[in-house]
Design a protein around this ligand. Structure first.
Ligand code: MG
Length: 267
């Protein structure tokens, strides 16, 4: 897939009938099929096949489906939809900023940003834009198109900004090109929704967790991507964060593929 082109296409196709939007969502691949066995059977844990998607949210997502499909990233449609639904439904978080750690080129930012824009709140998207370890040359997820020819370093910032621009999300997404811990040290607000999808080494993942999770308000939500209980399917740091969150007052509300969304106790 190519990144969004320079053309003026905004990727938005008006869906006249909300039922058509629902059909688009229902065509997403295998809802719920990747949920692994062995998760705690909590009463409110739901896969996407069990979660009602409001017609408004379905319309939001389908209106940007062309842009979503043409944006590079590591977020399958069913998990992206689950992420959007989680932000849409995390009612205690309304009125507080949503924060994303790990922007890359903005695919997950589209899912979250479209909802945040509808909710008239900001999405703060934090990334140093130099690529995670697995994106560097010689690693599995390296993409040479993302190397700045002058600095020879990874640079995802310009394509990220292009994605935000094409989606019409400049009034919603606050772009923070910085180390997430450094930024967290100067960030004093409570946050309503946190999505952790930054560096996937244990050291980096734990730093992101410790810097940002304490800022989540009671009743707010924490989403973690790339949670693989089975080590043969993926690295363990996000799973370790997920397990830690369950020990620290969170409970799972949505499981979809490798995405887990937890709600913080409101007491
Ligand atoms: Mg990820």
């Amino acid at each position: 897939m190519d990144p969004p082109s320079n053309s003026e296409q905004r990727g938005k196709t008006k869906i006249a009938n909300p039922k058509d939007a629902i059909k688009f969502i229902q065509r997403l691949p295998n809802p719920g099929s990747q949920v692994s066995a062995g998760f705690p059977a909590l009463a409110e844990e739901k896969t996407m096949s069990q979660v009602a998607i409001s017609p408004k949210l379905a319309q939001l997502l389908s209106s940007s489906q062309e842009l979503i499909r043409s944006t590079k990233g590591f977020m399958p449609p069913d998990e992206g939809t689950a992420l959007a639904v989680s932000l849409f439904n995390c009612s205690a978080s309304f009125g507080y900023p949503a924060v994303e750690i790990g922007s890359y080129i903005g695919l997950s930012t589209l899912y979250l940003g479209l909802v945040a824009q509808h909710q008239r709140r900001v999405l703060i998207s934090v990334d140093h834009h130099r690529g995670s370890q697995e994106n560097q040359q010689g690693w599995e997820f390296h993409d040479p198109i993302l190397v700045d020819p002058v600095s020879k370093k990874m640079d995802t910032l310009y394509l990220f900004r292009r994605t935000i621009d094409l989606a019409g999300l400049n009034d919603t997404v606050i772009v923070v090109a910085a180390d997430s811990q450094i930024y967290a040290n100067s960030f004093r607000e409570g946050i309503g929704f946190l999505f952790i999808d930054g560096g996937h080494s244990l050291e980096q993942a734990e730093k992101d967790y410790e810097a940002w999770v304490p800022k989540i308000i009671p009743g707010g939500c924490l989403a973690i991507h790339d949670v693989y209980p089975d080590p043969s399917l993926g690295g363990q740091p996000p799973f370790i964060l997920y397990q830690r969150s369950l020990r620290e007052g969170f409970r799972v509300v949505v499981s979809q593929g490798s995405l887990r969304v937890m709600k913080k106790d409101s007491s």
